[in-house]
Design a protein around this ligand. Structure first.
Ligand code: GLN
Length: 311
């Protein structure tokens, strides 16, 4: 571990220096108004090793909208509730389509391809909602993330949640089609109340890397020693992150970086190097698939230099 830390102390400044030269930073998400106003010049990265040491650079202490990265935490909770029963309502295959696509949903009778595209995440939120009030379920997801990161300061950005609800017509279309196919138990507006709020959780790179650390060490949170999920389940969540975590950019991400990871349109990425590190990176400009442009590049450099790959 001492060599890993030494190497990180050399590599992280190199990555920051390299990326600060880049003028092409991708485009910040435009369809959620508060996200469209974020400074594309931001960049942060935090790495939590399995001895709990944190190695950070740049804007790693600034909170950003985790967006679809919340789907990892919601999936973890939903598997805790339904176990393998979840797979009757959502698949485990990459979709090859955009994160918000409705196309396959029509063909596949309301069974979304996987829990990380919007349609699949909306079903997952429906599972968590069960017969509760939306605000109880939103509180449950937020408390879970706070517990994982051991940080009660993590909160939901109400402006982002409100903007998503006001502009999320595509998500309403998905939820309505799911409901029409009998794959939502609750009403679309209630389910989307949960979904849009979980996407609006704001976290720093440091908090996010801490919250993901249970996926590094076979389901055990290194921060407090709690076994969050069984080892087998942690491996399976990682497998889904690897195959589906970057939507129709998942193949390219696996090729370039080679570790399980989940992105969000806020420009964050949570990447897991099994047995070694939990990494959170944030750069708000996105590539054509809606994944962080420089965040991916930073992970590519880091994993190459550190020789981190599941392959
Ligand atoms: N809240 C966003 C949406 O539903 C999440 C999408 C994403 O991060 N890819 O469109």
């Amino acid at each position: 571990l001492a060599d890993v830390k030494f190497r990180l102390s050399e590599v992280l400044p190199q990555i920051a220096a390299h990326l600060s030269q880049r003028s092409e930073r991708g485009q910040v998400a435009q369809y959620i108004p508060p996200l469209a106003r974020i400074d594309p010049g931001k960049f942060g990265m935090a790495i939590v090793l399995n001895d709990n040491s944190v190695h950070a650079i740049g804007d790693a202490q600034e909170a950003f909208s985790i967006q679809s990265i919340s789907k990892v935490f919601a999936l973890t909770l939903a598997l805790g509730k339904l176990g393998d029963g979840l797979w009757r309502r959502v698949g485990r295959e990459p979709s090859g389509d955009a994160f918000n696509s409705i196309v396959l949903l029509e063909h596949e009778k309301g069974i979304p391809r996987n829990p990380f595209i919007n349609a699949g995440a909306i079903v997952t939120s429906d599972v968590l909602l069960a017969s509760h009030e939306p605000r109880e379920t939103i509180g449950e997801i937020l408390r879970f993330v706070q517990f994982l990161a051991e940080d009660s300061d993590i909160s939901i950005d109400p402006f982002v949640a409100q903007a998503e609800t006001a502009t999320g017509f595509g998500n309403f279309a998905l939820a309505n089609l799911l409901k029409a196919n009998g794959n939502l138990q609750n009403l679309p507006e209630q389910v989307l109340g949960v979904y849009h709020h979980q996407c609006s959780i704001a976290m720093t790179c440091r908090q996010l890397a801490q919250a993901g650390a249970f996926l590094v060490s076979e389901g055990r949170n290194p921060l407090n020693g709690f076994q969050i999920v069984a080892p087998e389940r942690a491996r399976r969540i990682n497998a889904l992150m690897m195959t589906c975590g970057h939507y129709n950019g998942s193949g390219d991400f696996a090729y370039r970086v080679g570790v399980p990871a989940k992105s969000g349109v806020g420009g964050g990425v949570l990447a897991i190097v099994p047995r070694i590190a939990s990494i959170a990176v944030w750069s708000p400009g996105l590539n054509q698939h809606g994944n962080s442009l420089l965040g991916t590049e930073a992970l590519e450099m880091l994993c190459k230099e550190m020789r981190w790959s599941v392959f």
